[in-house]
Write a protein that binds this ligand. Structure first.
Ligand code: AMP
Ligand code: GLY
Length: 421
């Protein structure tokens, strides 16, 4: 029997804890630091996700068999390397491999070398040079901070004024700190967007069901980007080309290119794709599972996730193949008023979770316990996941249950999955 630690504190991590607890191989699950949802089903630990050394010490002292890392930052800081040195299996790539997300410019070089289709780009460190390159259009144009910026480092500028503001913010006001000192100016790709999450053990690549994530705060894909306001799976957007072909077009060449550099990628490799008129193109790679994609994809997975994660961590995936349930899952994120701006309210009591029906799932993100009462503690508060034989049914189920949960200033988009349903 295994003791497993999940690193992170979002709804993605609550989902990972929930899924791991369904495994016959798992004895106990811990979460560092977790939230009010994970503490109800597992044991929270008082570490932040980035306390890499302290987490590794604790794992070694407490006979942890497997660590599943949720967010990108501890991976970029080398948590997988430190745990591997100590002989602990870890589901998540080394720091060298996590650069695929932590440095967009490095990822671009790798994609070109691997001949994977992606948006054209140029790099700038000087605001005047960047402005010179974009001012005459075409618009929209995409501006991206090179390093990690918690999902907020991308601006799709519709006008010269928006582009100028984004260039100033990144290169002069340094709002993304070091992460933004290099700016990518990228060609805007028009087309449907989808998330292809794959499990990679260094060699074998197994796709999860493709998902669609809604990143903008506003309905109709308007307003600023967020960490993600909802998702559904499976999406049929890529049925024409097929998941297997997408894998061989964009994921397998990257895994091979990394291997040629001596880098063994183990964990989830997540391709963000846009289906353009010229075919699928990569807009980003992430070195981890998506949030909120995880909340809709993992409930569809029939396989034992603990066994899958352990096989991935130990390079033995060739033996596994993945099976998924029929039907659809739709996840709606309930956020605090003011999100994604930094100044959103917290501490509001959350009520109504016990009124949610037994087939719906509620995964916590920014929540904590205050004298036994669950209160809000972050921008994205909960993901409510509905299910059904059709996407329309899964949507209706998610929304019927989201309506039952209340906290002051709760905001959610009403159009998650609407276009494809
Ligand atoms: P990212 O943080 O790279 O996932 O970018 C956030 C969002 O910006 C994506 O989900 C897309 O909706 C949008 N985006 C990023 N790059 C491009 C691009 N080259 N063309 C069009 N939209 C993009
Ligand atoms: N849902 C987008 C992400 O996890 O990056």
């Amino acid at each position: 029997m295994w003791n497993v630690l999940v690193v992170g504190n979002g709804a993605r991590e609550h989902t990972l804890v929930w899924k791991l607890l369904q495994s016959a191989r798992v004895e106990r699950v811990f979460c560092a630091p977790g939230n009010a949802g994970t503490t109800a089903i597992a044991t929270n630990l008082p570490f932040t996700a980035n306390q890499v050394g302290a987490i590794a010490d604790w794992c070694a002292a407490n006979r942890i068999d497997l660590v599943v890392v949720g967010p990108e930052e501890p991976l970029a800081r080398g948590i997988a390397d430190v745990l591997t040195e100590r002989g602990i299996a870890v589901f998540g790539p080394s720091a060298a491999c996590a650069r695929i997300e932590a440095s967009k410019s490095w990822a671009k070089e790798l994609l070109h070398w691997a001949e994977v289709p992606t948006a054209k780009h140029r790099l700038f460190q000087d605001a005047n040079a960047a402005w010179d390159a974009v001012r005459r259009g075409p618009f929209p144009v995409v501006l991206k901070a090179d390093g990690l910026a918690a999902g907020k480092g991308v601006v799709v500028a519709q006008t010269p004024a928006e582009a100028q503001a984004a260039i100033r913010a990144a290169l002069e006001e340094l709002v993304f700190g070091e992460a933004g000192q290099t700016l990518l100016v990228e060609e805007f790709l028009a087309g449907e967007e989808l998330s292809l999450l794959t499990v990679v053990d260094g060699r074998t690549v197994l796709p999860l069901v493709p998902a669609r994530d809604h990143k903008r705060i506003g309905e109709g894909e308007t307003g600023p980007n967020t960490g993600g306001m909802g998702a559904y799976a499976p999406t049929h957007l890529a049925d024409g080309i097929g998941t297997a072909r997408l894998c061989s077009l964009v994921v397998e060449p990257v895994v091979e290119a990394l291997a040629q550099l001596g880098l063994v990628y183990r964990g989830v490799l997540y391709a963000g794709l846009i289906l353009t008129a010229e075919g699928p193109k990569v807009i980003e790679f992430n070195c981890r599972m998506g949030d909120p994609e995880t909340q809709v994809v993992l409930p569809l997975l029939d396989d034992d996730f603990a066994e899958l994660a352990f096989a991935t961590a130990t390079g033995q995936l060739a033996r596994a193949s993945l099976t998924f349930q029929e039907g659809y899952r739709c996840g709606v994120v309930l956020a605090s008023a003011g999100y994604p701006d930094a100044a959103f309210a917290t501490g509001a009591p959350i009520n109504g979770e016990s009124d949610v029906d037994g087939n719906a799932l509620v995964f916590h993100a920014g929540t904590r316990l205050n004298d036994g009462q669950v209160v809000t503690a972050g921008g994205r508060v909960l993901t409510v996941v509905g299910q059904g034989p059709t996407l329309a049914a899964a949507r209706a189920h998610a929304y019927a249950n989201a309506e039952r949960i209340h906290f002051a200033g709760a905001y959610f988009r009403r159009d998650i999955g609407a276009r494809e349903a």
